[in-house]
Design a binder for this molecule. Structure first.
Ligand code: OAD
Length: 248
């Protein structure tokens, strides 16, 4: 596996919430704890929920936003930066596709990240569409009000039933189809279309690797399923690449 990674001309990595778990960011399925335990995520992450109760929905997203800003990238994020520099340094392609909305990959130093599900750190007005980065403390009024038109503003994440950001899935699928190695990391592999990218890579003939704390629907389909934490396994993979050990 290490040798294939070392030789690959093109690597695609797709991450999910598990890649941020060791930074203390709850995974999507663990996100509703404490005061939020009585809510179903599917009832907060929809346009219908926002239309019904914009204050409740934006309060939940604003808390996640503030928590994401307080979190730090972990050893797994950092290993992916090293992997990208290594592959690109020898003229190869490296594409990081994430379902995460916390921007921890970018803060670690990853570049060109495809954000399939948008980001918590950019909000837009539902009336005039104006977008603004939100990197401050907890918002004073929820939902926040657009300074230009007075409309309600919402997080720039993709909700269930909404389209993915323009071109994001298309670019990810093109890279998955042509890559030599595809890695799926810390995702439950149940939310489509992201979960289908591994099959695009398999059809394209790539070696596929999963890193996950638990078995997922993708586990039986990948070439190598590595059970464990991404913040431990990824640094070990990159260490072996860097010391030139191909015995794994
Ligand atoms: P989930 O919360 O569904 O799954 C997290 C995955 O990470 C699980 O499979 C865990 O076993 C695994 N995991 C947890 N800790 C880990 C660690 N330290 N190392 C490796 N794996 C670990 O998160 P996603 O798959 O990202 O979509 O969820 C996909 C999408 O569903 C989200 O982007 C969100 C959600 O609904 C939208 O909001 C559109």
């Amino acid at each position: 596996m290490i040798e294939a990674l070392d030789r690959a001309e093109s690597i695609v990595v797709m991450t999910g919430a598990g890649a941020s778990a060791e930074s203390g960011v709850p995974t999507f399925r663990d996100a509703l704890t404490g005061l939020w335990a009585k809510y179903d995520p599917m009832e907060l992450a929809t346009p219908q929920a926002f239309a019904r109760d914009a204050e409740l929905v934006t309060r939940w997203y604003d808390r996640r936003r503030v928590d994401a800003l307080a979190a730090q990238p972990n050893a797994g994020h950092e290993a992916l930066v090293r992997m990208q520099r290594r592959v690109e340094g020898r003229g190869g392609r490296f594409t990081l596709v994430t379902q995460n909305v916390d921007r921890l990959h970018q803060r670690a130093g990853s570049t060109g990240v495809i954000e399939l599900h948008g980001t918590l750190l950019r909000w837009r007005c539902v009336r005039c569409g104006e977008e603004r980065d939100e990197s401050g403390g907890a918002m004073a009024s929820l939902p926040p009000v657009c300074a230009s038109c007075g409309g309600a503003r919402r997080p720039g994440v993709v909700w269930f039933g909404e389209a993915l950001p323009e071109g994001a899935m298309e670019r990810a699928a093109i890279e998955a189809e042509r890559c030599d190695v595809f890695m799926t990391i810390g995702t439950s592999s149940v939310v489509y279309p992201a979960a289908g990218l591994v099959d695009v890579a398999i059809r394209g003939g790539a070696m596929t690797v999963e890193i996950n704390a638990e078995a997922t629907p993708a586990t039986g389909r990948v070439t190598h399923a590595l059970a464990g934490r991404s913040g431990e396994i990824l640094p070990e993979i990159v260490r072996r690449l860097e010391v030139g050990r191909h015995d794994a």
